[in-house]
Design a protein around this ligand. Structure first.
Ligand SMILES: [Fe+2]
Length: 137
C-alpha cells in the first residue's frame, strides 16, 4: 500500500506534484510563494519546489529553449488569508481580476458563495485564488 508524506495510507488518487515551467524558476517560485504566504523549498535536482501544504508540490522548472505555454493553476485558500493575499498583490503591484479573461481589473468575484481572483505570474500562467471550490454539476 502506498503511503503519503505523513505515512498515512493513501486510499484515493491524489495529485502529488506537477512541473511549472518558468523562464526564471527562482523568480516565479518566489512570486507565488510570496503571494500565497508559503516558502520556497530547497532545490531538488533541477526543480525548485513550492509545497502547498496539502501534499501537492509545484516543482518550478526552467525552460528556455522554447516559449512557455501559459497554464492555469487554481489554489483553494483559507478564507481568513484571502485579504492578505490581495494586499500582497497590491503591494507588489500585480493586477488581479474578477474573471479568467482578465478583463475586470481590481475586482474579485463571489462565485459559489466565496471569494476569488485571478492574476498572472511572471511567465503568464493564470493563477487563481478561491475560498470555495467550484460546484460542478
Ligand atoms: Fe479556474
Amino acid at each position: 500500500m502506498p503511503y503519503d508524506q505523513h505515512q498515512q495510507p493513501v486510499t484515493a488518487v491524489q495529485l502529488n506534484h506537477t512541473n511549472v515551467y518558468a523562464t526564471d524558476q527562482r523568480l516565479s517560485a518566489e512570486f507565488i510563494a510570496e503571494v500565497l504566504g508559503l516558502k520556497v523549498s530547497a532545490p531538488a535536482g533541477p526543480f525548485l519546489p513550492v509545497d502547498l501544504g496539502n501534499g501537492v508540490t509545484l516543482d518550478y522548472y526552467e525552460k528556455r529553449d522554447e516559449p512557455i505555454q501559459a497554464q492555469h493553476y487554481a489554489f483553494l485558500v483559507p478564507d481568513d488569508q484571502f485579504d492578505a493575499m490581495i494586499a500582497r498583490l497590491d503591494a507588489i503591484r500585480v493586477t488581479y481580476y474578477a474573471d479568467p479573461r482578465l478583463t475586470d481589473a481590481g475586482r474579485i468575484n463571489h462565485l459559489f458563495g466565496g471569494r476569488g481572483a485571478y492574476f498572472t505570474d511572471p511567465d503568464g500562467h493564470v493563477m487563481e485564488i478561491i475560498t470555495r471550490p467550484y460546484i460542478r454539476r
